[in-house]
Design a protein around this ligand. Sequence first.
Ligand code: FES
Length: 102
Amino acid sequence: MKPTDLVGATPGPPFTITFDGRRLDALPGQSIAAVLWAAGILSWRITRGGGRPRGAFCGIGQCHDCLATVNGRPNRRACLVTARPGDTVTTQEGNGHAGFDE
Ligand code: FES
């Protein structure tokens, strides 16, 4: 049974995004973090100090562990950014230099 069956949800048609060149299925309304988790991807950032892997931690926009580069823009919080058809997500190395805007 899928999660959508449990809650009786009727999401719109699926679409695809890419993560480091890999095509992933997404549903309307899913955050980028949710799409990555659903594909079994738990890490999409490498820390500047030590090169340690990071992914989502709080899931509510507070910890900034989930930063990813989305469509060429670094420092997007994957737990807050809604996936859109054709999005290109890439692993972010370090913390980038752009401001937090989402
Ligand atoms: S998981 Fe904490 S800000 Fe996204």
